[in-house]
Design a protein around this ligand. Structure first.
Ligand code: F0G
Length: 467
């Protein structure tokens, strides 16, 4: 599959240093410095191990403001892998979302989707639209064996379109392995049903393909009739159903960048004028030529079976270790991370005290592992200023592709079991600095009472002061 040829040193700061670091960071793991982090599981975004071929391609970059050959190499890859003729590069996924919002989302519109992502919702709301999450009930069951918790509920979709009127629906968005509910895939059957429902109404289908190779990998594993198809064939089938896709190149493609692609001339022509306004000229869209070259390679490599499955298989291993230790995690294992279920892990902390935010800080304190809060802290307040309780309170321990080894997951599982045994020591947190939009990035919090010091003392009793 692959071997490791370049390594990066990491350091485990002792627990007292970690206490100081998380206090300085306002109990927000986004505000930690990497020098204080042992295993960085914040995200799988832009943190994957690139291949020698990607690195080599970067040396071939053709730096030109306009007409770069690097762009045409990416265009060839997009045409071959996605089957789309038109390519609009963007500097990352949210930039693509901004262009879609600018072009298609009008005040009063609704945008049905299988689940929102933070940046998606922010852009669509800023354009005056309302995001409708039309998942089936199983999606929010964290202890499930349902293979496709990312499917859309067709009955709810039909009702939502009827209520809004088709003219007020910007488009329907399906996110490949719905990030915020645990990286759960949709099935091709469901995608086809969604398309069949909206096409006669003149509504187009957008796929957020940031984690497309993982979704395709799950379809191959879980959907009847796909076991003998290649990941590349399944990716093409998804794209054949969709009208347009956009993606963050930081995940499946294993670079840093983004794009929009389609075969629909009308959609392409509507977006295109905005590209040089917000991103950059048509042939770079805010990406460096080096990243464009690496993406041209990465987008092909992501369809290799062992590459598409590299994080999915590691996540399954990690989740199974935790299940064996009775630590509450989201099942089935998904596509970008192992997710701790904070509402079950610390069921004594109410949602008003941000259990996922408290737990992610406690995980850092007792392991040096940086995860990400994916709960109420990641939801912005409503227009009246009220907190919006999140459907789920998750701590995401992301699995960047090809970065960690099995012993890293074993270390994580051991520390998480220790924390689970000491879970009653964890208390809630509250904001003392709160930005108005995407508050989880820069907001600062503090414990409701000092529960961190006793937790650190208990840790030192079992592990000493050096760990
Ligand atoms: N769509 C999905 C499904 C994503 O997961 C992300 C980013 C975006 C869009 C936005 O892309 O970061 O390139 O601007 N997810 C990152 C994460 C931030 O950590 O899960 P971006």
């Amino acid at each position: 599959m692959h071997k490791v040829r370049i390594v990066q040193k990491v350091r485990l700061a002792p627990v007292r240093e970690r206490l100081r670091a998380i206090e300085d960071a306002g109990y927000n793991t986004f505000l930690l410095r990497t020098r204080d982090i042992f295993l960085d599981m914040l995200t799988d975004s832009g943190t994957n191990a690139m291949t020698d071929r990607q690195q080599a391609a970067m040396l071939m970059a053709d730096d030109a403001y306009a007409g770069s050959e690097s762009f045409y190499r990416l265009l060839d890859s997009v045409r071959e892998v996605l089957g789309y003729q038109y390519l609009l590069p963007a500097h990352q996924g949210r930039a693509a979302e901004h262009l879609l919002a600018k072009t298609f989302v009008k005040p009063g519109h609704v945008i049905p989707m299988n689940y929102h992502f933070t940046t998606t919702k922010a852009h669509f709301n800023l354009a005056g639209g309302t995001v409708l999450e039309l998942y089936a009930p199983e999606a929010l069951n964290t202890q499930s064996s349902h293979p496709f918790k990312g499917n859309m509920d067709l009955g709810r979709l039909e009702a939502a379109i009827r209520e809004a009127g088709p003219a007020n629906v910007s488009f329907v968005r399906m996110e490949a392995t719905t990030n915020l509910i645990g990286g759960q895939p949709f099935s091709l059957e469901n995608l086809r049903q969604v398309k069949a429902l909206i096409e006669p109404l003149g509504i187009f289908l957008v796929v957020d393909a940031s984690l497309i190779s993982e979704n395709a990998y799950f379809i191959r594993q879980r959907e009847p009739g796909y076991a003998d198809k290649s990941v590349a064939q399944i990716v093409r089938e998804i794209m054949d159903v969709a009208d347009l896709c956009y993606l963050s190149g930081r995940k499946s493609c294993m670079v840093r960048g983004g794009l929009i692609a389609t075969n629909r001339t009308d959609l392409h022509d509507a977006i295109r004028p905005w590209l040089p306004v917000y991103e950059g000229f048509f042939t770079y869209g805010g990406m460096s030529s080096k990243e464009i070259e690496a993406m041209a390679v990465g987008i092909r490599e992501m369809t290799e079976l062992e590459v598409a499955g590299s994080s999915a298989d590691a996540i399954q291993y990690f989740v199974n270790l935790l299940l064996a230790k009775d630590v509450p995690v989201v099942t089935p294992p998904g596509g970008l991370a192992c997710h701790l279920d904070a509402m079950r892990f610390i069921d004594h902390v109410p949602q008003t005290e941000y259990p996922a935010a408290a737990l992610v800080a406690a995980v850092y304190l007792t392991s040096g592992i940086r995860g990400m809060e994916r709960g109420t802290m990641s939801m912005d307040r409503d227009s009246e200023g009220n907190d919006v309780p999140s459907d789920l309170e998750l701590v995401r321990l992301a699995v960047p592709r090809r970065v960690f080894t099995m012993s890293h997951y074993q270390y994580a599982a051991d520390r998480l079991r220790w924390l689970y045994e000491h879970r009653k020591m964890i208390g809630g947190v509250e904001f003392y600095e709160e930005p108005p939009v995407l508050r989880f990035f820069a907001g600062r919090m503090r414990p409701k009472y000092d529960w961190a010091t006793p937790l650190v003392e208990a840790f030192e009793k079992d592990f000493g002061t050096e760990m």
